[in-house]
Design a protein around this ligand. Structure first.
Ligand code: FAD
Length: 305
């Protein structure tokens, strides 16, 4: 069984859904294939307060509104699918989900990314409820409060410093006795009066009710566990783009992010990229929707040529 589309969008987060809205509204036959539930990282977000035009909403609500908007223009969306095979070379792109074959004249990769997790008890439960992976997104919610930052690289130290604009105190918890950051970043963090350090230690579990209330901190040398009451925890231990499936088909940078030009075109003809999966500095809903719109308009131009 073969199903032909003008454009197939891989990923139904903010970038993919926006591409779906622009494509379908332009009467381009579009299918979004999404591995999980549509919305992507947005649905992990309890409260969004920096999406222009909407003072406050939940990530789930914003996801469902974007989905409804795309579908209202005729966009087809399939959730919880697993892509088994993909060939992006040539004029006709082939994507297989199990035995079902889909073809398209152009593909937009919008498979997003994921912050690396600590993988300890309570982390999944409290994501977006006291655990955050994004200072720009959530710093403001912790105004006047006491927080922990986990990590010892440049982003952990720089984000810890940026969070001191809002919070009362930051405790940096890092597994080693030294940081893996530039000397300047270390000096700036150490000079900040709001920042203190717990070195050679890691978070062993998150506990609370509606939100995180306390964490267990494990000493790496003695394995001793101590309880620390806290209002929030920011985790900065790395980021990974969801690009594994495409690494043979489009050019990636050394971090595994897909390289695209200003039109969101990848190194492969007819393959466009949008959102957190591509090489870029600022990963936000606003930047993802911008990418989605640009990728869609250029995909339309490509298939019309
Ligand atoms: C906890 C948290 C809070 C945040 N808070 C904010 C905030 O307040 N404001 C803000 O602007 N930004 C926030 N962000 C960042 C923002 O959510 C992301 O930058 C944005 O949603 C990225 O959208 P995206 O569409 O590029 O990718 P994603 O949201 O990651 O969506 C990608 C989708 O593709 C699917 N997928 C993955 N691999 C495949 C595959 N091989 N085939 C098909 N589908 C696949 C995934 O299941 C997912 O649904 C937050 C992020 C997190 C994690």
């Amino acid at each position: 069984m073969q199903n032909s589309y003008d454009v197939i969008v891989l990923g139904g987060g903010a970038a993919g859904l926006t591409a779906g809205i622009y494509l379908s509204r332009a009467k381009v036959k579009t299918l979004i294939l999404n591995e999980g539930m549509v919305g992507g990282q947005m649905i992990l977000t309890y409260e969004i307060a920096n999406y222009p035009g909407i003072e406050q909403t939940s990530g789930f609500q914003l996801s469902m509104t974007m989905k409804k908007q795309a579908e209202s223009f005729g966009c087809e969306i399939q959730q919880n699918v697993k892509i088994s095979e993909i060939n992006l070379e040539g004029e006709t792109k082939l994507i297989k989900v199990g035995e079902i074959e889909y073809t398209a004249k152009a593909v937009i990769i919008a498979t997003g990314g994921r912050s690396r997790n600590l993988g300890v008890e309570g982390e999944d439960t409290f994501k977006g409820r006291g655990i955050s992976y994004c200072a720009t997104c959530d710093g403001d919610f912790y105004t006047g409060q006491d927080i922990i930052v986990v990590g010892g690289g440049n982003s952990a130290l720089e984000e810890a410093v940026s969070l001191t604009k809002y919070v009362n105190s930051v405790t940096i918890v890092h597994q080693f006795d030294h940081f893996q950051a530039f000397e300047h970043a270390i000096e700036v963090a150490k000079a900040n009066e709001k920042i203190s350090f717990i070195m050679e230690a890691s978070i062993d579990g998150f506990y609370g009710d509606e939100k995180v209330k306390y964490v267990n901190i494990k000493n790496a040398k003695t394995n001793e566990i101590s309880k620390k009451e806290i209002d929030g925890v920011f985790i900065f231990i790395g980021y990974a783009a969801n690009s594994e499936q495409f690494k043979e088909q489009v050019q990636l940078n050394k971090y595994g992010e897909i390289i695209a030009d200003n039109n969101m075109a990848s190194s492969t003809k007819g393959v466009f990229v949008a959102g957190d999966v591509r090489e870029k500095k600022i990963r936000q809903i606003t930047t993802a929707v911008s990418d989605g719109a640009i990728a869609a308009v250029n995909a339309i131009e490509y298939i019309q040529k």
